[in-house]
Design a protein around this ligand. Structure first.
Ligand code: NAP
Ligand code: MG
Length: 486
């Protein structure tokens, strides 16, 4: 049975309100293309209202700003408890709107809860320094919240993104306006209701559903927004960085996907490497910023690895994401499905060898077969551009130094991995690969405690980890004269 959709309007100042224009848009189930609900289409007028609510909630005398930091932490812990109470429902709603396999959706909500609790634990540990300044001076620093933050979310892991960004911003003492992706507005609204239930004061969190060109750009251009945190495509990330400098100088954190290399050395344990490589690119139907979309396999094991990888891909169970045993659901929408199928065609045209998959499954919903290409060359389009779909591209290499050069030959730098039983090779790779994350004999292992973000075009700044709140703080230096009056 489909989960109940409780909220479909904007959430501003702790109230559920229609868009000023009265407009709504349809949101779909990618499993069968059916309409789930109509959701309010927020635009500039609604962003203006939401930002002004967030600005009022950030006033130095507001309830929120007067709250002890430990109380902010307790509110976030309360929120985490409520998310845990509703974990099954939230997982189902995510799966319904996004197509994520239910077990994975519930697992990601659990990860998000860990993130919320981690952020909560940081709220009262935001401390400055005392500084031995030259001369008869005494200096100390205060770390203060940057202000109203615009949080712009992608559709591939909406709950995780919402919770990570919102809880970090709130731990720092900021107030926020969230713009969820057009495809997946429902879980952000459900989470807003839980923040209200947890007791977060009015205006601290606002959610404006709508489109990038309307609600999104209004947020990035708003002069009262001090910071934007965005996860999504490189193309939009570049627009956001430019927009952020137009009406004021916003701080920006950008997480922009990648073309991540995973290296399998001759001495790797294939029992581990084959499934990790497969899950690293087929998980969430390939809709993962850190997808292992360039799989480099050393020549000594190339044939055997390819055989096992193809066998693995062929055995992935595809179907309705809520059915037990299903491992692989639909792409998020028709447009993304068409984009991925387009890349598969380009791969074939450019001479990559298709070993399995490559086609749409059926005509209902947006399903694509797990697809494996071998003999992929570095200059092919499928080797350079982010596909964001279930396409494993396998490359052959001879030496570690060669593969490091090739792995780094990309404008992206989000994640990377190596499977080897030689510690020297692993550490050499970790030192020289240009990526924000390196996984050794594992992949996708990212927790609340570990910083996450990219080198090069994969982004600016880091999320998670002990320094994550710094992205939402300003440092203020206070200097006192110690000169005595005689
Ligand atoms: P996107 O266009 O980058 O969208 C991400 C978010 O930004 C959405 O909320 C979107 O709103 C909003 N947005 C779009 N244009 C904007 C603008 N000019 N100003 C402010 N906000 C704006 O991503 P997408 O179209 O959903 O996916 C396209 C590609 O992005 C994918 O194929 C994939 O390669 C990549 N991607 C990467 C990640 C990641 O985790 N790094 C996640 C998702 C997608 P709307 O939803 O209303 O357009
Ligand atoms: Mg979009």
């Amino acid at each position: 049975m489909a989960p109940l959709v409780k909220y479909t309007t904007l959430f501003i100042n702790n109230q559920w309100v229609d868009a000023k224009s009265g407009k709504t848009f349809e949101t779909f189930s990618p499993n069968d293309g059916s309409v789930i609900a109509r959701v309010s289409e927020g635009d500039k007028a609604d962003i203006d209202l939401a930002v002004s609510a967030a600005k009022a909630a950030f006033h130095r005398n507001s309830e929120w700003r007067l709250l002890d930091a430990s109380a902010r932490g307790r509110l976030l812990n309360k929120f985490a408890e409520l998310v845990e109470r509703d974990i099954q429902y939230l997982g189902e709603l995510e799966s319904y709107n996004n197509g994520m396999v239910l077990g994975m959706a519930v697992g990601i909500v659990q990860k998000s809860i860990n993130g919320a609790r981690y952020a909560a634990s940081l709220a009262d540990k935001i401390q400055g320094d005392t500084i031995p300044a030259d001369g008869d001076l005494f200096s100390y620093t205060l770390k203060q919240p940057v202000g109203v933050c615009g949080l712009i979310l992608p559709w591939n892991a909406p709950i995780l993104m919402f919770i990570n960004k919102v809880c970090t911003a709130l731990a720092a003492g900021c107030t926020v306006v969230v713009k969820p992706a057009e495809q997946t507005p429902l879980t952000s609204l459900a989470l807003a209701a839980l923040l209200k239930e947890a007791g977060v004061p009015a205006g601290v969190v606002n959610v404006v559903t709508g489109f990038g060109p309307g609600a999104g750009t209004s947020l990035t251009h708003h002069p009262d927004v001090a910071k934007i945190s965005f996860t999504g495509s490189l193309e939009v990330g570049k627009h956001i960085q430019q927009a952020a400098g137009k009406t004021n100088l916003k701080r920006v954190t950008l997480e922009l996907g990648g073309k991540s290399p995973l290296v399998i050395m001759n001495d790797a344990d294939l029992k581990l490497a084959v499934p990790f490589a497969a899950r690293g690119v087929f998980g969430n139907q390939g809709q993962m910023c850190f997808a292992a979309s360039r799989l480099f396999v050393q020549s000594g094991i190339y044939e055997q690895f390819v055989e096992e990888a193809v066998e693995f891909a062929k055995n992935i169970k595809v179907g309705n994401p809520v059915d037990p045993g299903v491992e692989h659901g639909p792409q998020v929408d028709r447009e993304m499905m068409a984009k991925v199928l387009g890349y598969i065609e380009k791969g074939k045209q450019e001479g990559a060898k298709l070993m399995c998959g490559g086609k749409r499954i059926g005509s209902t919903g947006y399903f694509i077969e797990p697809t494996v290409f071998v003999d992929v060359q570095d200059d092919m389009i499928i080797a350079r551009e982010e596909i964001f779909g279930p396409v494993q591209s396998i490359f052959k290499f001879e030496t570690l130094d060669e593969v490091i050069e090739r792995a780094n030959n990309t404008n992206y730098g989000l994640a990377s991995g190596i499977f080897t039983n030689n510690i020297n090779n692993a550490l050499h790779f970790a030192r020289h690969v240009e990526a924000g994350n390196v996984w050794i004999n594992t992949y996708l292992a990212s927790t609340a405690q570990t910083p996450f973000g990219g080198f090069k075009d994969s982004g600016v700044g880091r999320e998670k980890g002990i320094d994550c709140v710094d992205e939402y703080l300003e440092v203020k230096t206070v200097t006192i004269s110690l000169q005595k009056e005689f």
